[in-house]
Design a protein around this ligand. Structure first.
Ligand SMILES: *[C@@H]1O[C@H](CO)[C@@H](O)[C@H](O)[C@H]1NC(C)=O
Ligand SMILES: *[C@@H]1O[C@H](CO)[C@@H](O)[C@H](O)[C@H]1NC(C)=O
Length: 250
């Protein structure tokens, strides 16, 4: 049995061999319906999506379409229970911009076995304020469904409420901010208590003068929370240190 401190040494080393693989979670686009294959600068992105113009997974065309009702992107009808007020809709537009444009969702990309996309995101940790503002601004909005990914009647070419469902206020349908953010897109988001600027949650909105805060958040989750520190000794040096120790133990 190895001395406990040898195990500590082995376990505490922050993933040197895995680091290269983890880097691949940074700065990537998911393999979905409209995403570019790789992120890159876009001269102009429209409206609310312009936050991502320096490095985006969306094209200018997608950024315009993200602002349209029943756009060619998904033919999704926000107004399925009467007109969605603009102050609510802007959150869904921002959510569309993040989904289509963000190159910082790599740690949460999962395979999705659906006809229209090969990958999706799951449990993206959303900043508390972004979720709560979304919830507050949608209090006067009506919907008939909790999960907007599934269960619509698409026979008319756009999503209609399924037979037997009722249009009710968001408060009655979802019940809480967390339920809205987590359930509306089948757990693409996870509600968190982390605050904007904490570096621990993904922001839907930010001040363009400050640059994209989600770059550091993706890095935090992809690299297992390793803070930027002094360079680590190369792996052979590490083995050189460990081998004599292991030999002594075995
Ligand atoms: C975006 O591209 C699609 C497909 O080529 C096209 O139908 C649509 O009109 C374009 N939208 C804009 C705003 O240019
Ligand atoms: C779907 O909507 C059409 C009308 O657009 C209706 O005739 C049909 O009964 C609906 N089907 C379901 C399952 O709700």
């Amino acid at each position: 049995m190895a001395a406990p401190w040898v195990l500590v040494l082995l376990v505490a080393w922050p993933g040197a061999p895995g680091a290269a693989a983890q880097e691949s979670l940074l700065n990537v686009c998911m393999d979905a319906k409209h995403h570019k294959t790789e992120p890159g600068p876009e001269g102009e992105l429209f409206g609310q999506c312009s936050l991502w113009k320096d490095n985006a997974c969306c094209t200018a065309n997608t950024s315009v379409e993200a602002h349209l009702d029943q756009s060619y992107l998904y033919s999704f009808n926000w107004d399925h229970c009467g007109v969605m007020p603009a102050k609510c809709k802007r959150h869904f537009i921002q959510d569309t911009c993040l989904y289509e444009c963000s190159p910082n969702l790599g740690p949460w990309i999962e395979e999705a076995d659906t006809s229209w996309r090969r990958q999706r995101v799951l449990h993206v940790p959303l900043c508390r304020e972004d979720c709560e503002q979304w919830w507050e601004d949608c209090q006067d909005t009506f919907t008939c469904k909790v999960n907007w990914h599934k269960g619509w009647n698409w026979t008319s070419g756009t999503n209609r409420c399924p037979q037997g469902s009722q249009c009710r206020r968001f408060a009655a349908v979802f019940g809480s901010a967390a339920a809205l953010c987590e359930q509306v897109w089948s757990h693409s988001y996870r509600y968190t208590e982390y605050e904007r600027g904490s570096g621990r949650c993904i922001q839907l909105w930010w001040d363009p003068a400050e640059g994209n805060p989600n770059v550091a958040v993706a890095r935090f989750y992809a690299l297992g929370a390793a803070p930027p520190g002094p360079p680590r000794p190369p792996v052979p040096a590490l083995l050189g240190l460990l081998l004599p120790v292991l030999r002594g133990v075995l």
